[in-house]
Design a protein around this ligand. Structure first.
Ligand code: ZN
Length: 142
């Protein structure tokens, strides 16, 4: 087990992200403004366009995919921990098109909300801390 910590539920934040707003930026701004250092994020809704990432393990780089179409957010899940002493959101998103076909990946800037309902569960306890992991070259929990 790596990065183990224990938290208890502190409070639940519920809000909506406005149409036209970048989802990744909105989530990151929220946790910084509210000082949420440790928690989880759950969101559903729809986007006008999306950019998702795929971490190519061999090259150690994110590849991005952009979808210029209206999509449902069937699931957006994330966690909140600390990176460089600041609250940091890591989120993934799964999207469905008009035919119900799914795509998904790492939530990237460039995912623009049509409508989105967010629930943030804030935990009390020692927040996990992200540091560079040399094996994966990702910022992972210590
Ligand atoms: Zn990710």
């Amino acid at each position: 087990m790596i990065g183990y910590t224990v938290g208890t539920m502190k409070q639940c934040h519920v809000f909506r992200v406005a149409k036209g707003v970048d989802l990744a930026a909105a989530l990151q701004s929220f946790v910084q403004e509210k000082g949420v250092r440790f928690g989880e994020i759950i969101a559903i809704g729809a986007v006008e366009k999306a950019t998702i990432g795929y971490y190519h393990q061999a090259s150690r780089r994110y590849e991005t995919l952009t979808f210029e179409e209206d999509l449902e957010i069937t699931s957006c899940l994330g966690n909140i921990s600390l990176k460089d002493g600041q609250p940091f959101v890591h989120a993934h998103i799964t999207l469905a098109d008009r035919a119900g076909k799914m795509v998904g990946g790492h939530l990237m800037p460039g995912t623009i909300v049509f409508a989105c309902e967010v629930i943030v569960h804030e935990f009390e306890g020692a927040a996990p801390v992200r540091t560079m992991d040399d094996e994966t070259t990702l910022f992972l929990w210590q």
